[in-house]
Design a binder for this molecule. Sequence first.
Ligand SMILES: NC(=O)c1ccc[n+]([C@@H]2O[C@H](COP(=O)([O-])OP(=O)(O)OC[C@H]3O[C@@H](n4cnc5c(N)ncnc54)[C@H](O)[C@@H]3O)[C@@H](O)[C@H]2O)c1
Length: 333
Amino acid sequence: MPTDAEHTAPPAALEELAGTKVVVTGGSGFIGGHVVAALCRLGARVVSVDRRPAPAFRCHPDGQHGVEVVHGDLREPEVVAAAVGPGTSAVVHLAAQTQVLRSVEDPQGTFENNVLVTHYLLERCREMGVGAFVLASTNAVVGSGASGTLREGVPLGPLTPYGATKAADEMLLSCYSSVYGVRGVALRFTNVYGPGMSEKDSIVPRLMRTAASGGTFEVYGDGLQVRDYVNVADVAAAVLLGLAQPGLRGPLVIGSGRSVSVMDVVAVVEQSMGAKLNVHHGPAKAGEMPAVVVDNSLARSWGWVPAVSLEQGVAQVVEEWGYKDGAGRAQPA
Ligand SMILES: NC(=O)c1ccc[n+]([C@@H]2O[C@H](COP(=O)([O-])OP(=O)(O)OC[C@H]3O[C@@H](n4cnc5c(N)ncnc54)[C@H](O)[C@@H]3O)[C@@H](O)[C@H]2O)c1
Protein backbone atom coordinates (compact mmCIF):
# COMPACT_ATOMS: atom_id res chain seq x y z
CA MET A 1 0.00 0.00 0.00
CA PRO A 2 1.37 3.45 -0.84
CA THR A 3 1.85 5.73 2.14
CA ASP A 4 0.30 9.18 2.62
CA ALA A 5 3.65 10.73 1.79
CA GLU A 6 3.72 8.95 -1.56
CA HIS A 7 0.19 10.09 -2.20
CA THR A 8 0.83 13.73 -1.47
CA ALA A 9 4.19 13.93 -3.24
CA PRO A 10 3.27 15.52 -6.59
CA PRO A 11 4.18 13.40 -9.60
CA ALA A 12 6.23 15.18 -12.24
CA ALA A 13 3.04 15.75 -14.27
CA LEU A 14 1.58 17.90 -11.48
CA GLU A 15 4.54 20.25 -11.63
CA GLU A 16 3.49 21.08 -15.18
CA LEU A 17 0.40 22.80 -13.76
CA ALA A 18 2.60 25.56 -12.33
CA GLY A 19 1.96 28.79 -14.22
CA THR A 20 -1.02 27.45 -16.16
CA LYS A 21 -4.36 29.25 -16.02
CA VAL A 22 -7.10 27.05 -14.57
CA VAL A 23 -10.73 28.14 -14.17
CA VAL A 24 -12.58 26.59 -11.22
CA THR A 25 -16.36 26.96 -11.34
CA GLY A 26 -18.07 26.70 -7.96
CA GLY A 27 -14.85 27.90 -6.34
CA SER A 28 -16.77 29.30 -3.35
CA GLY A 29 -18.27 25.89 -2.59
CA PHE A 30 -17.16 23.08 -0.34
CA ILE A 31 -15.03 21.10 -2.82
CA GLY A 32 -14.14 24.25 -4.76
CA GLY A 33 -12.33 25.83 -1.82
CA HIS A 34 -10.09 22.79 -1.51
CA VAL A 35 -9.45 22.57 -5.26
CA VAL A 36 -8.56 26.28 -5.50
CA ALA A 37 -6.14 25.94 -2.60
CA ALA A 38 -4.54 22.78 -4.04
CA LEU A 39 -4.03 24.47 -7.42
CA CYS A 40 -2.52 27.59 -5.83
CA ARG A 41 -0.09 25.44 -3.89
CA LEU A 42 1.10 23.97 -7.20
CA GLY A 43 1.62 27.49 -8.58
CA ALA A 44 -1.29 27.51 -11.04
CA ARG A 45 -2.98 30.82 -11.95
CA VAL A 46 -6.50 30.22 -10.66
CA VAL A 47 -9.72 31.91 -11.74
CA SER A 48 -12.56 31.12 -9.34
CA VAL A 49 -16.08 31.75 -10.60
CA ASP A 50 -19.17 31.51 -8.40
CA ARG A 51 -22.42 33.34 -7.76
CA ARG A 52 -21.64 33.31 -4.04
CA PRO A 53 -18.98 35.64 -2.67
CA ALA A 54 -15.52 34.13 -2.61
CA PRO A 55 -14.18 32.99 0.74
CA ALA A 56 -10.67 33.90 1.87
CA PHE A 57 -8.96 31.09 -0.02
CA ARG A 58 -6.37 29.28 2.05
CA CYS A 59 -3.71 29.51 -0.65
CA HIS A 60 -1.12 31.66 1.03
CA PRO A 61 -0.92 33.07 4.53
CA ASP A 62 -1.80 36.51 3.13
CA GLY A 63 -5.23 35.50 1.88
CA GLN A 64 -6.44 35.45 -1.71
CA HIS A 65 -3.14 36.18 -3.36
CA GLY A 66 -2.94 34.35 -6.66
CA VAL A 67 -6.68 33.85 -7.20
CA GLU A 68 -8.69 35.91 -9.66
CA VAL A 69 -12.35 35.99 -8.67
CA VAL A 70 -15.27 36.27 -11.13
CA HIS A 71 -18.52 36.83 -9.28
CA GLY A 72 -21.65 35.91 -11.22
CA ASP A 73 -24.14 33.33 -12.37
CA LEU A 74 -22.85 30.96 -15.04
CA ARG A 75 -26.29 30.78 -16.64
CA GLU A 76 -25.34 34.22 -17.99
CA PRO A 77 -23.13 33.81 -21.10
CA GLU A 78 -21.17 36.97 -20.24
CA VAL A 79 -20.14 35.44 -16.93
CA VAL A 80 -18.89 32.35 -18.76
CA ALA A 81 -16.98 34.59 -21.18
CA ALA A 82 -15.46 36.63 -18.35
CA ALA A 83 -14.35 33.50 -16.53
CA VAL A 84 -12.91 31.52 -19.42
CA GLY A 85 -10.66 34.15 -20.93
CA PRO A 86 -7.67 34.02 -23.25
CA GLY A 87 -4.84 31.78 -22.12
CA THR A 88 -7.05 29.40 -20.15
CA SER A 89 -5.48 25.92 -20.12
CA ALA A 90 -8.21 24.01 -18.33
CA VAL A 91 -11.60 24.23 -16.63
CA VAL A 92 -12.58 22.39 -13.45
CA HIS A 93 -16.38 22.44 -13.45
CA LEU A 94 -17.78 22.06 -9.94
CA ALA A 95 -20.67 24.56 -9.99
CA ALA A 96 -24.01 22.79 -9.93
CA GLN A 97 -27.37 22.48 -8.27
CA THR A 98 -26.20 19.67 -5.99
CA GLN A 99 -29.31 18.76 -4.00
CA VAL A 100 -31.01 15.57 -5.13
CA LEU A 101 -34.38 16.32 -3.49
CA ARG A 102 -34.46 19.84 -4.94
CA SER A 103 -33.73 18.36 -8.36
CA VAL A 104 -36.87 16.21 -8.02
CA GLU A 105 -38.91 19.32 -7.14
CA ASP A 106 -37.35 21.49 -9.86
CA PRO A 107 -36.14 19.43 -12.84
CA GLN A 108 -36.28 22.46 -15.19
CA GLY A 109 -34.11 24.64 -12.96
CA THR A 110 -31.73 21.74 -12.37
CA PHE A 111 -31.40 21.21 -16.11
CA GLU A 112 -30.62 24.88 -16.70
CA ASN A 113 -28.06 25.01 -13.93
CA ASN A 114 -26.44 21.65 -14.51
CA VAL A 115 -26.70 20.96 -18.25
CA LEU A 116 -27.01 24.36 -19.97
CA VAL A 117 -24.15 25.80 -17.94
CA THR A 118 -21.96 22.83 -18.83
CA HIS A 119 -22.86 23.29 -22.48
CA TYR A 120 -22.03 27.04 -22.34
CA LEU A 121 -18.70 26.28 -20.71
CA LEU A 122 -17.78 23.57 -23.21
CA GLU A 123 -18.71 25.87 -26.11
CA ARG A 124 -16.51 28.57 -24.64
CA CYS A 125 -13.70 26.02 -24.23
CA ARG A 126 -14.06 25.06 -27.91
CA GLU A 127 -13.94 28.71 -28.99
CA MET A 128 -10.96 29.51 -26.79
CA GLY A 129 -9.00 26.30 -27.52
CA VAL A 130 -9.01 25.17 -23.89
CA GLY A 131 -7.24 21.82 -23.62
CA ALA A 132 -8.87 20.04 -20.69
CA PHE A 133 -12.17 19.97 -18.79
CA VAL A 134 -12.59 18.14 -15.50
CA LEU A 135 -16.23 17.63 -14.54
CA ALA A 136 -17.54 16.89 -11.06
CA SER A 137 -19.84 13.97 -11.70
CA THR A 138 -21.42 11.44 -9.37
CA ASN A 139 -22.10 7.74 -9.06
CA ALA A 140 -25.79 8.72 -9.23
CA VAL A 141 -25.38 8.56 -13.02
CA VAL A 142 -25.60 4.77 -12.71
CA GLY A 143 -28.40 4.69 -10.14
CA SER A 144 -30.11 1.62 -11.49
CA GLY A 145 -26.87 -0.35 -11.63
CA ALA A 146 -26.55 0.07 -7.90
CA SER A 147 -27.29 -3.52 -6.94
CA GLY A 148 -23.66 -4.50 -7.48
CA THR A 149 -20.28 -2.83 -7.24
CA LEU A 150 -20.18 0.50 -9.09
CA ARG A 151 -17.43 0.89 -11.62
CA GLU A 152 -16.96 2.88 -14.82
CA GLY A 153 -18.42 0.19 -17.11
CA VAL A 154 -21.83 0.02 -15.40
CA PRO A 155 -24.44 1.37 -17.87
CA LEU A 156 -25.89 4.81 -17.16
CA GLY A 157 -29.31 4.65 -15.47
CA PRO A 158 -29.93 7.76 -13.35
CA LEU A 159 -32.95 7.68 -11.04
CA THR A 160 -33.28 11.42 -10.34
CA PRO A 161 -33.05 14.69 -12.28
CA TYR A 162 -29.75 15.37 -10.49
CA GLY A 163 -28.26 12.08 -11.72
CA ALA A 164 -29.74 12.59 -15.18
CA THR A 165 -28.22 16.06 -15.57
CA LYS A 166 -24.79 14.75 -14.59
CA ALA A 167 -25.17 11.85 -17.05
CA ALA A 168 -26.09 14.41 -19.74
CA ASP A 169 -22.98 16.41 -18.80
CA GLU A 170 -20.86 13.30 -19.25
CA MET A 171 -22.34 12.81 -22.74
CA LEU A 172 -21.59 16.42 -23.72
CA LEU A 173 -18.07 16.02 -22.38
CA SER A 174 -17.54 12.86 -24.40
CA CYS A 175 -18.61 14.68 -27.55
CA TYR A 176 -16.42 17.76 -26.99
CA SER A 177 -13.53 15.47 -26.15
CA SER A 178 -13.78 13.43 -29.34
CA VAL A 179 -14.91 16.11 -31.84
CA TYR A 180 -13.29 19.31 -30.56
CA GLY A 181 -10.24 18.06 -28.67
CA VAL A 182 -11.31 19.39 -25.26
CA ARG A 183 -9.98 16.46 -23.24
CA GLY A 184 -12.74 15.56 -20.80
CA VAL A 185 -12.51 13.73 -17.48
CA ALA A 186 -15.67 13.01 -15.47
CA LEU A 187 -14.85 12.30 -11.84
CA ARG A 188 -17.69 10.33 -10.27
CA PHE A 189 -17.42 11.22 -6.58
CA THR A 190 -19.05 9.17 -3.84
CA ASN A 191 -20.06 11.00 -0.61
CA VAL A 192 -17.47 13.72 -0.10
CA TYR A 193 -16.78 14.92 3.45
CA GLY A 194 -14.14 16.94 5.26
CA PRO A 195 -13.46 20.38 6.70
CA GLY A 196 -15.38 23.28 5.19
CA MET A 197 -18.78 21.66 4.78
CA SER A 198 -20.77 23.36 7.53
CA GLU A 199 -23.42 24.50 5.04
CA LYS A 200 -24.00 21.01 3.64
CA ASP A 201 -26.78 18.66 4.70
CA SER A 202 -24.90 15.37 4.56
CA ILE A 203 -24.33 13.00 7.45
CA VAL A 204 -21.07 14.32 8.93
CA PRO A 205 -22.15 18.00 9.28
CA ARG A 206 -25.61 16.86 10.44
CA LEU A 207 -23.92 14.88 13.19
CA MET A 208 -21.82 17.93 14.09
CA ARG A 209 -24.91 20.13 14.30
CA THR A 210 -26.67 17.51 16.42
CA ALA A 211 -23.77 17.48 18.82
CA ALA A 212 -23.66 21.30 18.96
CA SER A 213 -27.38 21.61 19.68
CA GLY A 214 -27.59 18.65 22.04
CA GLY A 215 -30.46 17.45 19.88
CA THR A 216 -31.29 14.06 18.40
CA PHE A 217 -29.88 12.59 15.21
CA GLU A 218 -32.48 10.78 13.15
CA VAL A 219 -31.31 7.61 11.42
CA TYR A 220 -33.52 6.49 8.55
CA GLY A 221 -34.47 2.86 9.19
CA ASP A 222 -32.00 0.49 10.83
CA GLY A 223 -28.97 2.54 9.77
CA LEU A 224 -27.29 -0.48 8.24
CA GLN A 225 -27.38 0.95 4.69
CA VAL A 226 -23.77 1.31 3.55
CA ARG A 227 -22.14 4.19 1.68
CA ASP A 228 -18.66 5.08 0.49
CA TYR A 229 -17.19 8.26 2.05
CA VAL A 230 -14.24 9.97 0.37
CA ASN A 231 -12.24 12.77 1.97
CA VAL A 232 -12.24 16.15 0.25
CA ALA A 233 -8.41 16.25 0.19
CA ASP A 234 -8.44 13.02 -1.83
CA VAL A 235 -11.08 14.52 -4.12
CA ALA A 236 -8.89 17.59 -4.71
CA ALA A 237 -5.98 15.25 -5.50
CA ALA A 238 -8.18 13.45 -8.06
CA VAL A 239 -8.98 16.78 -9.74
CA LEU A 240 -5.28 17.59 -10.01
CA LEU A 241 -4.65 14.17 -11.51
CA GLY A 242 -7.44 14.71 -14.05
CA LEU A 243 -5.78 17.97 -15.09
CA ALA A 244 -2.24 16.66 -15.16
CA GLN A 245 -2.54 13.27 -16.88
CA PRO A 246 -2.74 14.05 -20.60
CA GLY A 247 -3.85 10.51 -21.48
CA LEU A 248 -6.73 10.44 -19.03
CA ARG A 249 -10.26 10.93 -20.36
CA GLY A 250 -13.78 9.62 -19.70
CA PRO A 251 -15.36 8.62 -16.39
CA LEU A 252 -13.38 7.74 -13.28
CA VAL A 253 -14.91 6.48 -10.01
CA ILE A 254 -13.50 8.45 -7.08
CA GLY A 255 -14.38 6.76 -3.80
CA SER A 256 -12.46 5.43 -0.84
CA GLY A 257 -13.29 1.83 -1.76
CA ARG A 258 -14.50 1.17 1.79
CA SER A 259 -18.24 1.18 2.41
CA VAL A 260 -19.53 1.66 5.93
CA SER A 261 -22.99 1.87 7.47
CA VAL A 262 -24.67 4.98 8.86
CA MET A 263 -24.30 3.46 12.33
CA ASP A 264 -20.56 2.98 11.66
CA VAL A 265 -20.24 6.70 10.82
CA VAL A 266 -22.09 7.63 14.01
CA ALA A 267 -19.67 5.40 15.97
CA VAL A 268 -16.59 6.97 14.31
CA VAL A 269 -17.87 10.48 15.12
CA GLU A 270 -18.66 9.52 18.74
CA GLN A 271 -15.24 7.93 19.12
CA SER A 272 -13.54 11.03 17.74
CA MET A 273 -15.58 13.42 19.94
CA GLY A 274 -15.26 11.25 23.02
CA ALA A 275 -19.00 11.55 23.65
CA LYS A 276 -22.23 9.74 22.86
CA LEU A 277 -24.90 11.30 20.61
CA ASN A 278 -28.66 10.98 20.95
CA VAL A 279 -29.73 8.75 18.07
CA HIS A 280 -33.31 7.99 17.10
CA HIS A 281 -34.36 5.49 14.42
CA GLY A 282 -37.10 6.89 12.19
CA PRO A 283 -38.86 5.29 9.22
CA ALA A 284 -36.72 4.12 6.31
CA LYS A 285 -36.76 6.43 3.25
CA ALA A 286 -38.64 5.00 0.29
CA GLY A 287 -36.33 4.20 -2.60
CA GLU A 288 -33.14 4.58 -0.62
CA MET A 289 -30.41 2.30 -1.92
CA PRO A 290 -29.38 -0.35 0.65
CA ALA A 291 -25.76 -0.28 -0.44
CA VAL A 292 -23.29 1.82 -2.41
CA VAL A 293 -20.06 -0.05 -3.00
CA VAL A 294 -17.52 1.22 -5.51
CA ASP A 295 -14.46 -0.16 -7.24
CA ASN A 296 -11.78 2.55 -7.49
CA SER A 297 -9.16 0.40 -9.22
CA LEU A 298 -9.19 2.41 -12.48
CA ALA A 299 -8.41 5.63 -10.59
CA ARG A 300 -5.69 3.81 -8.65
CA SER A 301 -4.18 2.57 -11.91
CA TRP A 302 -3.72 6.27 -12.85
CA GLY A 303 -1.86 6.92 -9.62
CA TRP A 304 -4.69 8.18 -7.41
CA VAL A 305 -4.68 6.86 -3.86
CA PRO A 306 -7.36 7.64 -1.25
CA ALA A 307 -4.95 8.57 1.52
CA VAL A 308 -7.21 9.84 4.31
CA SER A 309 -9.08 7.21 6.32
CA LEU A 310 -12.60 7.91 7.61
CA GLU A 311 -11.24 8.03 11.16
CA GLN A 312 -8.56 10.61 10.20
CA GLY A 313 -11.01 12.67 8.15
CA VAL A 314 -13.68 12.73 10.85
CA ALA A 315 -11.04 13.77 13.37
CA GLN A 316 -10.24 16.80 11.13
CA VAL A 317 -13.91 17.80 11.10
CA VAL A 318 -14.33 17.30 14.84
CA GLU A 319 -11.28 19.51 15.39
CA GLU A 320 -12.62 22.14 12.96
CA TRP A 321 -15.84 22.31 14.99
CA GLY A 322 -13.85 22.57 18.21
CA TYR A 323 -15.20 19.45 19.89
CA LYS A 324 -13.56 17.96 22.88
CA ASP A 325 -15.16 15.61 25.40
CA GLY A 326 -18.60 16.32 23.97
CA ALA A 327 -18.41 20.13 24.03
CA GLY A 328 -18.19 22.13 20.81
CA ARG A 329 -19.14 25.22 18.90
CA ALA A 330 -22.41 25.77 17.09
CA GLN A 331 -20.34 26.54 13.97
CA PRO A 332 -16.87 25.45 12.90
CA ALA A 333 -13.91 27.71 13.58
N1 LIG B 1 -20.26 16.90 -2.06
C1 LIG B 1 -20.47 15.68 -2.53
O1 LIG B 1 -20.62 14.72 -1.77
C2 LIG B 1 -20.52 15.44 -4.02
C3 LIG B 1 -20.70 14.12 -4.49
C4 LIG B 1 -20.77 13.90 -5.88
C5 LIG B 1 -20.63 14.97 -6.75
N2 LIG B 1 -20.48 16.24 -6.26
C6 LIG B 1 -20.38 17.35 -7.23
O2 LIG B 1 -19.23 18.12 -6.91
C7 LIG B 1 -19.49 19.51 -7.24
C8 LIG B 1 -19.17 20.39 -6.05
O3 LIG B 1 -19.98 19.99 -4.95
P1 LIG B 1 -19.93 20.73 -3.54
O4 LIG B 1 -20.28 19.72 -2.52
O5 LIG B 1 -18.67 21.51 -3.41
O6 LIG B 1 -21.17 21.72 -3.73
P2 LIG B 1 -21.38 23.22 -3.16
O7 LIG B 1 -22.85 23.45 -3.24
O8 LIG B 1 -20.70 23.39 -1.85
O9 LIG B 1 -20.65 24.11 -4.24
C9 LIG B 1 -21.22 24.40 -5.49
C10 LIG B 1 -20.92 25.86 -5.79
O10 LIG B 1 -21.38 26.13 -7.13
C11 LIG B 1 -21.95 27.42 -7.12
N3 LIG B 1 -22.91 27.51 -8.23
C12 LIG B 1 -23.95 26.69 -8.46
N4 LIG B 1 -24.60 27.08 -9.56
C13 LIG B 1 -23.96 28.18 -10.03
C14 LIG B 1 -24.16 29.04 -11.12
N5 LIG B 1 -25.19 28.87 -11.97
N6 LIG B 1 -23.30 30.05 -11.32
C15 LIG B 1 -22.27 30.27 -10.45
N7 LIG B 1 -22.04 29.48 -9.39
C16 LIG B 1 -22.87 28.45 -9.18
C17 LIG B 1 -22.62 27.57 -5.77
O11 LIG B 1 -22.81 28.93 -5.40
C18 LIG B 1 -21.64 26.84 -4.86
O12 LIG B 1 -20.70 27.73 -4.27
C19 LIG B 1 -20.94 19.58 -7.70
O13 LIG B 1 -20.97 19.57 -9.10
C20 LIG B 1 -21.55 18.30 -7.15
O14 LIG B 1 -22.64 17.86 -7.94
C21 LIG B 1 -20.42 16.50 -4.92
